[in-house]
Design a protein around this ligand. Structure first.
Ligand code: PEP
Ligand code: MG
Length: 289
């Protein structure tokens, strides 16, 4: 019966609406996002293009993957997150140093700053692919404003190169993952720098509650319903809205049906979930007061 909800709106009985987007790991997942009637792609985790290989994916390979995803989604938004890997998920070709605490080490945007050529290649591919669809760029593991300025400078640099080389391109919307407590606490200032915020609850929980998300024994401590987590989410949504940003949630929590009502009341604009969870969430929202 869920299939009958395709083409229907995500509207509560009293008429409140919310977007439901899909989290995907590569361009082949786009078909399941479309099948499940996703309003857009809320999180394209690009690390899968980089893992399981013996070399970095080049600009053309990335450009084609991003362009394909954007074209298949037509005018719908495709939020593409720049590389988010760290010492716990690398390949040999990276020859990165071993770290004592990879979750607190070189990962996400920090990796991109450490390897500016790899970052530049990805940004060039993203800017070029944006010409063909509604792409937005999302930066992971941000914890300060200066990182955003630095990333934006890298975008301008990539754009200047493309102008010189006569490539068609477009500067996409820019968003930041709110997945460190620091980012949530300065989300008002971050929101002034970008177009949208996306709350990454998987890491936000890990870093706020100081519990390793990969350690089985930490499961009882990784409490998504902790008032500390809900407070940071609420703060981020309010700060985002007061400063002109859309705010979405893209961690696993976005699909937690026991929190959907709470998120709607907080006024979140978008929930991004695994494609197969979209219609179930839509059904729930349509039955809410
Ligand atoms: C998150 O941290 O909530 C998130 C969506 O990113 P990832 O799970 O890829 O770290
Ligand atoms: Mg994360």
């Amino acid at each position: 019966h869920l299939i009958e909800l395709r083409g229907k709106k995500n509207l509560t009985l009293s008429g409140k609406s919310i977007e439901i987007y899909a989290n995907i790991k590569d361009s082949s997942d786009v078909s399941s996002a479309i099948y499940n009637d996703a309003g857009g792609i809320g999180l394209f985790r690009t690390e899968f293009l980089f893992l399981g290989k013996d070399r970095f994916p080049g600009e053309e390979e990335q450009f084609n993957a991003y362009k394909e995803a954007a074209e298949n989604m037509h005018t719908k938004i495709v939020v593409i997150r720049t590389l988010d890997i760290g010492a716990d998920k690398t390949e040999k070709y990276f020859h990165s140093v071993k770290e004592e605490n990879p979750a607190l080490g070189i990962r996400g945007i920090r990796m991109s700053f450490k390897y500016p050529e790899i970052f530049n290649t990805q940004l060039r591919a993203l800017l070029r692919a944006s010409y063909f669809g509604n792409i937005a760029i999302l930066f992971p593991m941000i914890s300060s404003i200066s990182e955003i300025s630095r990333a934006k400078k890298m975008i301008r640099n990539a754009a200047n190169e493309l102008i010189e080389e006569n490539f068609p391109f477009r500067i996409p919307e820019i968003g930041v993952m709110i997945e460190t407590p620091a980012a949530a606490l300065i989300s008002d200032a971050i929101a002034q720098e970008v177009d949208f915020l996306s709350i990454g609850t998987n890491d936000l929980i890990q870093y706020t509650l100081a519990a390793d998300r990969q350690n089985e024994e930490m499961m009882p401590y990784l409490n998504a319903h902790s008032p500390a987590i809900l407070k940071l989410i609420k703060m981020t949504i309010d700060n985002g809205h007061l400063n002109g940003c859309r705010v979405g949630i893209c961690g696993e929590m976005a699909a937690d049906s026991s929190l959907t009502q709470t998120f709607m009341e907080m006024g979140v604009d978008e929930l991004s979930v695994e494609p197969y969870k979209i219609l179930k969430l839509r059904e729930q929202i349509r039955n809410m007061p």
